[in-house]
Design a protein around this ligand. Structure first.
Ligand code: NAD
Length: 265
């Protein structure tokens, strides 16, 4: 595995004191980094995931930060509960996701349905639950963790690519509707991020192909990336934090690729 080459220094002076944020998929790699970054900036963060153990571990990690972290164990396929948990939040980070790699003719329809529910319908319901408070105070930030797969397709990822392309559309629509209420909505579009999910994929592919892990990384996963390294979760969290800060108030309806040049092709 290639060692991290980047240790992002947080944007100085970001103060989210007094703000309430909600991050879904908070027990995972990117979600956890977002929770810790927003809490470090002083926000009170509601960390939502179906993984209770992962949330407990996160709460332990977050103890010395400027803001507070409150955990909520919730399966986002419960769409009514998803909408309710978003009430009263100033910042919403739609991050929870899952992946299945399979050709369309073999792709189980029930998994397709679950992926679309968690990664598109739940964000819609979370936004719907968050907007009344955001509109009421004339300020809100919606950040949708999309992917390079919100902008480009890859074979065998039909549900994931469809959900992320849908999320792009939802995000832009929220930007148009929210503009007059001081609410911005943007996507962040990472390439491959160093999370347990991806590291497992590398190890599995290395074993399957009899290749060293570095070759799997460069020849398979990073084939279309000009920069041949994984992105760190903290780098994604930094982009999320930037979009929540005052300097980003005119940025809305956009998609910010953190893809090492993948979409430059
Ligand atoms: P991860 O698997 O580490 O984290 C995802 C989290 O979502 C997990 O904690 C999981 O428990 C949670 N989750 C899944 N289904 C849920 C449900 N029904 N209810 C509640 N929580 C649920 O993955 P990650 O890599 O941190 O991915 C986070 C987001 O970033 C996803 O939307 C993913 O598509 C996106 N992303 C990841 C990468 C990458 O390379 N890892 C690249 C681009 C985009």
């Amino acid at each position: 595995m290639t060692a991290p080459t980047t240790h992002p220094t947080p944007v100085a002076g970001l103060d989210l004191g007094g703000r309430t944020a909600l991050v879904t998929g908070a027990a995972g790699g990117i979600g956890r980094a977002c929770v810790l970054r927003l809490a470090a900036a002083g926000a009170k963060v509601r960390a939502v995931d179906r993984d209770a153990e992962g949330l407990d571990a996160l709460a332990g990690q977050a103890q010395d930060l400027a803001g507070a972290v409150e955990t909520r164990t919730l399966d986002l396929t419960d769409l009514d509960a998803a909408e309710q948990v978003a009430a009263g939040t100033d910042i919403l980070v739609n991050n929870a996701g899952l992946q299945l790699v399979r050709p369309i003719e073999e792709f189980p329809p029930d998994v397709f349905h679950t992926v679309l529910t968690v990664m598109l319908e739940a964000p819609f319901r979370l936004i719907r639950g968050a907007l009344p408070h955001m509109y009421g105070q004339g300020w809100g930030r919606i950040v949708n963790i999309s992917s390079v797969h919100g902008l480009r397709a890859s074979a065998y990822k039909s549900a994931y690519v469809a959900a992320k392309h849908g999320l792009e559309g939802l995000s832009k629509t929220a930007a148009l509707e929210g503009a007059e209420h001081g609410v911005t909505s943007n996507c962040v579009n990472p390439g491959y991020v160093r999370t347990p999910l991806v590291e497992r994929q590398i190890a599995d592919q290395a074993a399957a192909h009899g290749l060293p892990e570095e070759r799997v990384l460069v020849d398979v996963l990073l084939r279309d990336s000009a920069l041949k390294r994984l992105l760190e979760p903290e780098e994604v969290a930094e982009a999320v934090a930037y979009l929540c800060g005052p300097q980003a108030s005119f940025i809305t309806g956009t998609s910010l690729p953190l893809d090492g040049g993948w979409t430059a092709h």
